[in-house]
Design a protein around this ligand. Structure first.
Ligand code: ADP
Ligand code: ADP
Length: 223
């Protein structure tokens, strides 16, 4: 079964007002487990809106969102939040790590919030850091890490609660080409090794070509 199903998703900001912006006009998309889908979109096309709807941070006006077979539209806010925290990981261009905590702690905290025991959370955080080659920086705060190291820690944090779906918005956008390559390779390994489904917005057509499939968001629909 697909991890993410979007069916006929519509979204208008300022509905009914003269300055209404119709952003999504019927978006259909399925992302399978172990599949990385690149989403290419001109600025303002509605990429963030779509990622927020897919990640249950925002609601569509119409259409169906399913995560791991569960239709989320009729659920209470509380259930939606629980699904977002358990099943969805987010990565942004700028990483938003907590500056007063170490790299390790940044990955431990979401697990503790999810009820994982401290010792287990630390062990898993170290595993994740090792996977992307930054375990030697575990005890440093973000400010002491390079941009690429910070972004790799951010990936680990997004993966901390073993999400089924990873949503990324230009995840390597602020990195130099070599670092971007390392971070991207780590991401693709996670997708293919763990059966994670990933929807990754990017302007980088070279990166898009290395994913399993590319969709283009244009005029409110995916082609
Ligand atoms: P992208 O991420 O592709 O740049 P967005 O999803 O951020 O695009 O925005 C798509 C369109 O919707 C833009 O024209 C933007 O100005 C508009 N928009 C986004 N958020 C809001 C909002 N909260 N209220 C009104 N218009 C919005
Ligand atoms: P927390 O457990 O820290 O309260 P949330 O449930 O609020 O986390 O958020 C879960 C994920 O959604 C986090 O990765 C967070 O970065 C992201 N997130 C939350 N709110 C927003 C928002 N308004 N815009 C973008 N991302 C958000």
């Amino acid at each position: 079964d697909p991890t993410l199903v979007l069916q006929a998703i519509t979204k208008t900001y300022g509905k009914g007002k003269p300055n209404a912006v119709e952003v999504l006009r019927g978006v259909d998309l399925q992302v399978q487990p172990g599949e990385a889908v690149a989403m290419v979109a001109p600025s303002g096309a509605g990429k963030s809106t779509l990622l927020h709807i897919a990640g249950l941070l925002d609601t569509a006006d119409g259409g169906v969102v399913q995560i791991s077979g569960q239709a989320v539209d009729q659920l209470s806010d509380r259930r939606r939040t629980a699904i977002r925290r358990n099943d969805v990981g987010f990565v942004y261009q700028f990483h938003h790590l907590l500056p007063e905590f170490t790299a390790l702690e940044n990955i431990v905290l979401p697990q503790l919030a999810n009820g994982v025991a401290d010792r287990e959370a630390r062990a898993y955080a170290l595993d994740l850091l090792a996977k992307v080659g930054v375990d030697h920086r575990a005890d440093h705060r973000p400010a002491a890490l390079s941009g690429g190291e910070q972004q790799r820690v951010a990936f680990c944090r997004a993966m901390a609660n073993k999400p089924k779906l990873l949503l990324a918005d230009e995840p390597t956008g602020n990195l130099d080409p070599e670092t971007s390559d390392t971070v991207f390779a780590a991401l693709m390994d996670l997708v293919h090794e763990t059966g994670l489904a990933a929807l990754i917005a990017t302007h980088n057509l070279e990166l898009a070509a290395r994913m399993d499939r590319t969709v283009r968001l244009q005029n409110g629909a995916l082609i």
